[in-house]
Design a protein around this ligand. Structure first.
Ligand code: PGA
Length: 254
């Protein structure tokens, strides 16, 4: 863990749950006792957002946006801006998730535009970075991550003194069941933290989390790594039983 000892438990519900299912899961989570070190954030679908925000209004669980657009308002059919998510009660925003990059063709340039718009609000950006299997096999993993981080953070003057979360999510580990070796995740997290601090300055906070096939039986191995400050979980966060096991594992590791 980093000095502040926070553990981020980030639940990316993707497109797994509809409105009723999301509100039901939020209602069940609201009853959970967390410790002050745990920062839990749920990323519901945009349709379920206000229902989930409402459920968590008296709890310490935060809500985040899965995807944002970088223009505040305008003729942009189907898009929702960072400013609108902030106004709807979100505190965090994912940027550059591997599914956005690889299924919807989002570039490093677009991720940068989104980060700037997110920082214009009070949302905390959660930048997702990660290499493909081919890039890893050809020894380019660190290079790819560095390019993604540099593109997002170089000369980011609006980021001074802000909090940033970077999720190391190797593309080959997301939704595949093939989780990254915790020692390798730690090595990458260390590199990401170094680049992040260098580019964002000492007065910004940079936390690195790991994501990609995190489950109840492997989460503890990531949380004990010194540069890994939490986990970003997809499938296992969208079910009450597996998510509660992950939360329990985090509570015993603080
Ligand atoms: P997964 O997804 O836990 O289902 O692999 C992780 C993510 O996409 O953030």
């Amino acid at each position: 863990m980093t000095d502040s000892k926070k553990i981020y438990l980030l639940a990316n519900w993707k497109m797994y749950l509809d409105l009723a299912e999301s509100v039901a899961l939020a209602t069940a989570l609201r009853a959970q006792k967390l410790s002050p070190e745990i920062v839990m954030t749920v990323f519901p679908s945009a349709l379920a957002l206000s229902g989930v925000v409402n459920e968590f209004s008296d709890s310490d669980i935060a809500v985040g946006a899965q995807n944002t657009y970088f223009v505040d308002k305008g003729g942009l059919t189907g898009e929702i801006s960072a400013a609108m998510f902030a106004a709807a009660g979100c505190q965090y925003a994912l940027v550059g998730h591997s599914e956005r990059r690889h299924l919807f063709g989002e570039s490093n340039h677009l991720a940068r535009q989104k980060i700037e718009a997110i920082l214009a609000t009070n949302l905390v950006p959660v930048l997702c970075v990660g290499e493909t299997k081919e890039q890893r096999d050809s020894g380019e993993a660190a290079e790819v991550l560095e390019a993604q981080i540099r593109s997002a953070f170089t000369d980011l003057t609006c980021g001074q003194g802000r909090q940033f979360i970077v999720a190391y999510e190797p593309v080959w580990a997301v939704g595949t069941g093939a989780a990254c070796d915790p020692f390798e995740a730690e090595r990458m997290a260390g590199l990401i933290e170094t680049w992040g601090r260098l580019l964002l300055g000492e007065n910004s906070e940079v936390f690195v989390v790991y994501g990609g096939s995190v489950r109840p039986d492997n989460v503890a191995a990531y949380l004990k790594e010194p540069h890994v400050s939490g986990v970003l979980v997809g499938a296992a966060s969208s079910r009450l039983d597996t998510w509660l096991e992950i939360v329990q594992s985090a509570l015993t590791s603080v």
